[in-house]
Design a protein around this ligand. Sequence first.
Ligand code: PRE
Length: 94
Amino acid sequence: MSIEEIRDEVRKVDLEILRLLARRMDLVGLILEEKKRQGLAINDDRQNELVLKRAMEKALELNLDVAAVKDIFQAIIDMSISRQHELSGEGKLP
Ligand SMILES: O=C(O)C(=O)C[C@]1(C(=O)O)C=C[C@@H](O)C=C1
């Protein structure tokens, strides 16, 4: 494969990652509805830890940089918490 062909594969993978992120954000919107119904807080420290632990374990298994994967998933969690605040009409205030 030429470098351009490989870059095209990279582009497709990037697109897939973004589509999966958008799907994750849709699911997070559904979680918010349930949280509102049950009167639960948006942030759930226990669940945050679980998501990070799961990602780090998988990263280790896949021979990825565990610390970098943790940072990526922390950013994803932060993004979904912001999204839930926005959907609640609270804007981006902490
Ligand atoms: O599982 C939830 O309760 C979510 O809202 C999803 C999510 C996540 O992005 O994984 C986001 C915020 C919570 O603090 C915990 C986890």
